[in-house]
Design a protein around this ligand. Structure first.
Ligand SMILES: Cc1ncc(COP(=O)(O)O)c(C=O)c1O
Length: 407
């Protein structure tokens, strides 16, 4: 494909106008929306208003007058529409890690007598670390890590919970949510899905897959900003029995009754713990308006096409690079993952040229494709820069070989 042809694809792209909803510096090729989504223009004004009017003037009255108290449910309902859940099945709160803890602990309580949590080696570290920490507090829990191909066989009646990340953070490999959830249910286990790399990027159908529980990030494809609140989903059929291990006052049935004894709140409210992060939720709520009127099927179609174009061009023009993501777009999330032993300095050299991706140890170059704002020509230009970085061996420069704290 030529650059002209890529530009023609952008002209024909039904989502092209969405890019104008984001602050993106002219000339920057931003392919890291899977780490931190770009700033939606709507967030700037809305945050300024929330700070000046709601906090600045309204002060404590804004909990009622500006409805701050409903933000977790309101934002949760918006996210629900993107992940195939009902509005009352999702709440926005805390971080993904904290939500993983709450939901995994809650799942163990829903399956008394069962001790095994099944996951895969190489899952995102926080998912594994949280399970390891949970195991230390709930004696007897066994964390069983099995390569994806062995998961169906590893599901037996000792398994309480299957916890997987839908789109793998490093390889972009997609799990078959429906099949794995069905297999988990056949042995009486629950399925918890980490949607951090799928919410807002792919069609997710939690209820279509009959999923039990899910969590995900607000700052990646949902564009809620650095450290944005995350979300948690508990299928309606489990909500009455779901117990959070973090029984904070905001999850109480009547927080302002100030009673001594904890009584869980209705539905997803019981998944709350402490006071919600009002400014973070306000930013996320405004960011989610970028999805208004967008069909997830259209987003997914564009994401697949962008990934295919990227990989076609890399295979044609960058012979020294390996491919770590599935070639089949149906099995790939919204990212392209390449491999090279000098991956880190190559990514740094690209960033210096204005092509922002990231690096995941030991050798993965990651490029997130956010269909709301990534263009076909961005992909074409990114590969052109990659070709030049490799041909000129720019990555050998010492400044690109100094490893920063965040890669
Ligand atoms: C799959 C997955 N889960 C969780 C997280 C992060 O969770 P937290 O928001 O708690 O930092 C990430 C971050 O990259 C992730 O990729």
């Amino acid at each position: 494909m030529t650059r002209e042809e890529a530009l023609a694809l952008d002209r024909a792209d039904p989502l092209a106008s969405r890019r104008d909803l984001f602050e993106l510096e002219e000339g920057l090729i931003y392919l890291d929306g899977n780490s931190l989504g770009a700033l939606p223009k709507a967030v700037k004004g809305r945050l300024a208003e929330a700070v000046e009017a709601e906090w600045g003037r309204g002060l404590i009255r804004s909990w009622n007058d500006a409805n701050w108290i409903d933000l977790p449910s309101r934002v949760g309902a918006r996210i629900a529409a993107l992940i195939g859940a009902a509005p009352d099945e999702v709440i926005a709160a805390d971080s993904t890690s904290v939500n993983l803890f709450k939901l995994a602990a809650g799942a163990m309580a829903l399956r008394p007598g069962r001790k095994v949590i099944l996951s895969e080696p190489g899952n995102f570290p926080t998912d594994l670390y949280i399970l390891q920490g949970l195991g230390q507090f709930m004696p007897g829990i066994e964390l069983r890590l099995v390569e994806p191909g062995g998961l169906p066989d590893a599901l037996d009646d000792s398994v309480a919970l299957l916890l997987l990340t839908h789109a793998h953070y490093k390889t972009g490999q997609l799990h078959d949510m429906k099949a794995l959830t069905t297999w988990a249910h056949e042995v009486g286990a629950l399925a918890l899905w980490d949607l951090s790399h799928s919410a807002g990027a792919l069609e997710v159908d939690l209820n279509g897959a009959n999923a039990d529980l899910a969590v995900g990030c607000g700052y990646k494809y949902l564009n809620g900003g650095p450290g944005a609140p995350a979300f948690a989903f508990v299928a309606r059929r489990h909500q009455a029995d779901f117990q959070s291990p973090l029984t904070g006052w905001m999850g109480h049935a009547a927080p302002f009754a100030f009673s001594d004894d904890y009584v869980p709140g209705q539905g997803m409210l019981r998944a709350l713990c402490g006071t919600p992060s009002v400014l973070g939720l306000t930013a996320l709520e405004a960011a989610l308006t970028a999805f208004d009127g967008v069909a997830m099927s259209a987003l997914r179609a564009k994401s697949r096409a962008l990934g295919d174009l990227f990989l076609d061009l890399v295979e044609e023009r960058c012979p020294g690079l390996g491919v770590a993501c599935p070639r089949d777009s149906a099995k790939r999330g919204s990212q392209v993952s390449l491999t090279h032993p000098n991956g880190y300095p190559i990514v740094q050299a690209l960033i210096a040229r204005g092509v922002v991706g990231d690096f995941r140890a030991p050798d993965v170059l990651r490029f997130g494709l956010t269909p709301l704002y990534a263009r076909y020509v961005d992909v074409w230009d990114a590969v052109e820069h990659l070709v030049q970085v490799m041909a000129r061996e720019e990555w050998r420069e010492p400044r690109f070989n100094q490893v920063a704290a965040v890669t």
